[in-house]
Design a protein. Structure first.
Length: 317
């Protein structure tokens, strides 16, 4: 008995040590977060770019949010995976800066697009994926940064309407005839209108190898047939108490995808729990986006960060 105890104890200690090392490695790669803004005037596209950096972080202001990053710092040696980020309706490229900074510290480049959609129209559903594809073109052809990007390891993140955008880029074929604004019209008129307005574009982009969507919307526009061409890995995070997307879109996506996605319900989360923390100004002037139905978003952000990092580490790295 006495001679076996140390062996068992050693095995336990080694097991705990291995878990600790593995967790530490996944939690951080030792980078700081770098940040710069990319402005492509000719295409009217603006992008917030976070990336791994070895420079010291300092307080940085993203609109009404205070973050921490090494602004305009140089890239470390090497090529990194890149994640395109698509924010929600009437949102900002800074909406999920807390997640972008976290991913940058863990070895990812995050390119968040500033979508110019202040009204929910049919055109919005077309412009978003087209501008996303164009943004990828611009970044990969930008000699200042493209050598730091691994073009074979590109993923996409999207919140709310950005979730719709991500799915369309992944190969989803939207059936715009199911849009509520066309309800009541005969099918032939729906098809004519969609064709006339050039709404039947092919938005698929084969450069995107995986997507993660947070409280995605517009699931009712799609069925098994329209989702049949989505063959890349998918992570869906549903807000348990979503007060905006009330049609169960996340579950519709999950049940209609040809391959079983990674799926989780974020307990106690509302639709806007995925946004950054609100200060006094935001709480006073934008109370709707600061509402947390149950669990404080500060707690939820840690879960979101870990889940998204784990997913992309598995499918892209």
């Amino acid at each position: 008995m006495g001679s076996k105890m140390p062996t068992k104890m050693n095995k336990l200690l080694l097991a705990f040590l291995w878990i600790f090392i593995s967790f530490s490695a996944s939690a951080s790669l030792g980078y700081n977060a770098g940040f710069q803004k990319l402005i492509y005037n000719k295409d009217k596209i603006t992008i917030a770019l976070w990336y791994p950096s070895e420079a010291k972080e300092q307080e940085i202001f993203y609109w009404k949010w205070n973050g921490s990053a090494a602004e305009n710092s140089t890239f470390p040696k090497g090529a990194f995976p890149m994640l395109i980020f698509s924010h929600g309706m009437e949102g900002s490229m800074y909406n999920q800066y807390y997640l972008a900074e976290y991913m940058a510290r863990n070895g990812y480049i995050v390119a968040a697009i500033e979508h110019d959609d202040k009204a929910y129209t049919f055109q919005t559903l077309v412009d978003r994926p087209l501008s996303t594809k164009r943004a990828i073109d611009l970044i990969l052809n930008d000699s200042k940064i493209n050598t730091h990007i691994d073009p074979n390891k590109i993923g996409m993140l999207g919140h709310s309407l950005g979730g719709y955008t991500s799915f369309v880029i992944a190969g989803r074929e939207p059936d715009f005839s199911n849009h509520p604004s066309l309800s009541g019209l005969p099918n032939f008129l729906k098809k004519f209108y969609i064709k006339f307005r050039n709404f039947d574009n092919n938005f698929y982009d084969s450069r995107v190898k995986a997507i993660a969507v947070l409280a995605p919307g517009l699931g009712t526009l799609f069925n098994k047939k329209s989702l049949s061409k989505v063959s890349i890995p998918v992570l869906i995070i549903e807000a348990e108490k979503d007060e905006v997307v009330l049609d169960g879109s996340a579950s519709l996506y999950k049940n209609n995808l040809p391959k079983k996605p990674e799926f989780m319900v974020l307990k106690g989360a509302g639709h806007y729990s995925f946004l950054a923390l609100c200060d006094e100004y935001l709480q006073k002037n934008f109370a709707e986006i600061c509402y947390d139905p149950e669990t404080p978003r500060k707690e939820l952000h840690k879960i979101i960060q870990q889940q998204v990092l784990s997913f992309f580490n598995e499918v892209l790295k």
